[in-house]
Design a protein around this ligand. Sequence first.
Ligand code: UDP
Length: 328
Amino acid sequence: MKALVTGGAGFIGSHLVDRLLRNGCDLIVLDNLSTGRLENLSDSGSSRCVKFHKVDVADLEAILPLFQGVDWVFHLAALADIVPSIQKPMEYHRSNVGGTVSVLEASRKSGVKRFIYVASSSCYGIPDIYPTPETEPARPQYPYAFTKYVGEQYVMHWGKVYKLPVVSLRLFNVFGPRSRTSGTYGAVFGVFLAQKLNNLPYTVVGDGAQTRDFTFVADVVNACIIAASSDLCNEVLNVGSGQTHSINKLVELLEGDVVYIPKRPGEPDRTHADIAKVRSLLGWEPEVSFEEGVNILLENIDYWREAPVWTPETISVATMDWFNYLGR
Ligand code: UDP
C-alpha cells in the first residue's frame, strides 16, 4: 500500500506517518514546513519507505507527479489557529481551500483509491445540540473554521461529481505529544504545558467550567486508517472521545496555580461529539481516556521546552483582534 500524507510533518500528520510506516506502507510525505517540523519525523524520516517533499500543496503542478501510484491520500495540510485566520483570511483561503482543491485534483488525476479529509469540529460553532451529531448545521465563527468547512464541501463535491472515494473526519480537540509549539497563541495544551515547565500559573479562560471533547491523537490516527481501509464513501463523520472534560479538570490533572483571563467571543462553552455514526459505520472506538492521555503528555513534556510561554498580558495582546472582530 502506498499512502500520501499532506501536512505529514505536523502534529497529527506525523503520528499518522509513524503508524502507517509501522503497518508496512510506503509513504509520500508533503509539508511546506510553515508550521510542521522535520523533528516530528525523526522516528520515521530516515526509513527508506518514507519520501519527504518540502512543497506547498496549493501548487498543483509541483505536487501532481508525487501522486503517481498512490493508493491512499490523507489530507491534513492546513493553516490552524483562530487569531491569524482573522488577520490573514487570504492566506487561510489559499492553504485550506486552494490547497484542498489542488490535492483533490492531484488525487483525481492520479486515480487514488481512497481520500481521507481531516476536517474540524469547529464548523459547528456554537451548536444547539449536545452531544453534537453530524446533522447539526455548520455555523463557523471565524475564517479558520470557515475555510476548513469550505474545504470539506469541496471534498464532498469531488466525491459526488468525480466519484473520488472520499470520507471527511471532523476531529474534536485533538491532543497528544507533538501538539504544536510554534509562535502563535493556540490550543490549550501547548499553552499550559509551557506554563508548567516555567512554573507559571495556567491562564484559565473564564471560570474554567467550559468543557471540551479532548480526543487523543492515537485514536484519531486509528480513525484515519480505519476510514481508509473501509469501503465507505461520501460520508462526514465526527471523531471525538464522546466525553467532555472541563478546563478545571485539566488543571487538576496537570497540577499547579491558576490565573483567570477573560472569556472570548464565539467560543463554545462545550464541545462534545456524538460518535454514534463513526461507531456504527466504521466500528471505530476511542481507546485512550483523558487521564491516560494527559499522563502520556506529561511523560513527554520536554517537547514543549522550546514552546512560547504565554502570560495574561501577552495573551491579551495576541487575542486583541479576536475581541475586536468577533465581539461585535
Ligand atoms: N483555554 C484556556 N486557556 C488558554 C487557552 C485555552 O483556558 O490559555 C481554554 C479555552 O477557553 C477552551 C479550551 O481551553 O475552552 C480549549 O481551547 P483550544 O483553543 O485548545 O480549543 P477550542 O477552543 O478551539 O476548542
